[in-house]
Design a protein around this ligand. Structure first.
Ligand SMILES: Cc1cc2nc3c(=O)[nH]c(=O)nc-3n(C[C@H](O)[C@H](O)[C@H](O)COP(=O)(O)OP(=O)(O)OC[C@H]3O[C@@H](n4cnc5c(N)ncnc54)[C@H](O)[C@@H]3O)c2cc1C
Length: 416
């Protein structure tokens, strides 16, 4: 089987990338999705708040996904469901499996990686205590309640203040459960401010900052958890222990981009984002392999996933049409004081558009500061910002012509 473009993952990233590649002149496109339907994780996000930027209205997750699925179908783009990509080699040959066609190979001129991310499980955060039933990641509980019709608990404690956990605090409450508290080890919440207000404060659910769980009680089913305040090194402070009676513990402690396929094929991974390192065209270190959406870096809003993935589709189309120039020199982007990561990690000016969009996350909460772009320690541009939160993705843009003037080897970004 041969295609010009194969997209791995049929979530919002894969859908937008496919639509954009088609609109940019590519006809032979296949989207591969391992789940039973297109739409990715949005299918289980039945709350509203999606699409404010793109559609200027608040849609639910399934409504947002549906708009793109309809468009994909109207454009006659091929897709395969219940189909799993096992491996991709450097020659862009994919090993694929499903229960209808069995094991088969697909050769493609370009590949877009759009596999999304998965949740960090209990094993990744080492909570001591027994292993009773009643411990779920927020996304698993979300799928059970919103898609499969099972209520997973009645008295709930949430560990972590990521957006999925916050959304689930509200969902549990609306479904009749009592959410006793959300505990966050950091000194600030991890989720968006609007979710803190609408999902915790509106329902009088306490958010315990600088707290973690130090014990889980119960043998067959969770019976309670012990919380403690932590010091600045995140060690529990003796004497602050507090027992909360509950039957369910929900973990919302971060997302991990699903890059097993990328690592195996030799794609360079950024140790901070846990996603591929890309250039301004969202191309990885393997020519013709692009990446977008949550597999590239964890996004705050799905609208940003869609915009980024449109760009990946457009650039993959350019590559297939031989319109991406091969470059020997690129400018490395370096996150410095206060910035945890930068996307893209390198910029090829010859392929860059007039405005080069730079995405980043900051390490702490900052107010009335400037983001500085500097070459050889000398600031070349500053961007005043009223407030920045680690939970929100920040973006700035640089003019391609301005960068041409300096033509540096690297450009650093820091907070002042
Ligand atoms: C549990 C959970 C809940 C979330 N809730 C919200 C929310 O309430 N609000 C919000 O704004 N954002 C939410 N997000 C963030 C949301 O994931 C992103 O905004 C957006 O869905 C990311 O799009 P994506 O296409 O990159 O990833 P996804 O939506 O995760 O789609 C990736 C797709 O790739 C498929 N895939 C992966 N590997 C393979 C493979 N090897 N072969 C074939 N297919 C594969 C997956 O099955 C999946 O359908 C949530 C994320 C998670 C994990």
């Amino acid at each position: 089987m041969n295609y010009d473009l194969v997209i791995v993952g049929g979530g919002p990233a894969g859908l937008a990338a496919a639509i954009s590649a088609k609109e940019n002149g590519i006809n032979s496109i296949l989207v591969i999705e391992r789940d039973r339907e297109l739409g990715g994780i949005l299918n289980q996000c039945i709350h509203n708040g999606f699409g404010l930027h793109i559609f200027k209205e608040e849609l639910t997750g399934p409504e947002y996904a549906e708009a793109f699925i309809d468009k994909l179908k109207a454009l006659n783009i091929d897709f395969k469901l219940n189909t799993f990509v096992l491996n991709i080699n450097k020659e862009k040959e994919l090993s694929v499996i499903n229960s209808v066609d069995g094991f088969f190979k697909i050769k493609s001129k370009a590949v877009i990686l759009a596999m999304g991310c998965r949740e960090r499980p209990r094993g990744a955060i080492n909570i001591p205590g027994n292993r009773p039933s009643g411990i779920f990641t927020a996304g698993t509980a979300q799928r059970f309640i919103n898609m499969e019709g099972y209520m997973v608990g009645k008295k709930v404690v949430i560990l972590g203040s990521g957006d999925i956990g916050l959304i689930m605090a509200r969902r549990f409450t609306l479904e009749g459960a009592k959410v006793e508290a959300a505990a966050e080890i950091m000194s600030h919440p991890n989720g968006l401010n609007r979710n803190i207000a609408q999902c915790l404060e509106d329902f009088n659910i306490p958010l315990l900052l600088e707290h973690t769980i130090i014990d889980i009680k119960g043998k067959d089913r969770v019976e309670g958890v012990v919380l403690a305040k932590v010091d600045k090194d995140w060690n529990p402070i003796k004497g602050t222990e507090k027992y909360i009676d509950c039957d369910t513990l929900i973990l919302s402690v971060g997302l991990i981009p699903e890059n097993e396929l990328s690592r195996e094929m030799g794609i360079e991974i950024d140790p901070v984002t846990q996603g591929p390192k890309v250039d301004e065209s969202l191309e990885t270190n393997i020519e013709g392999v692009f990446s977008c959406g949550n597999v590239l870096h964890v996004h705050d809003l799905v609208d940003n996933v869609t915009k980024e993935s449109y760009r990946a589709g457009k650039c993959a189309a350019k590559y297939i049409k031989n319109e991406l120039k091969k470059i020997s020199k690129s400018i490395n982007t370096v996150p410095s004081t206060g910035i945890s990561y930068i996307i893209p990690q390198r910029i090829n000016l010859a392929n860059a558009e007039d405005n080069i969009h730079i995405f980043m996350r900051v390490k702490d909460i900052y107010r009335n500061i400037k983001i500085i772009a500097a070459v050889n320690g000398i600031p070349i541009k500053e961007f005043p910002k009223k407030q920045l939160y680690p939970s929100e993705m920040e973006s700035i843009s640089l003019k391609r012509d301005e960068l041409f003037k300096f033509n540096p080897d690297e450009i650093s970004f820091y907070i002042e």
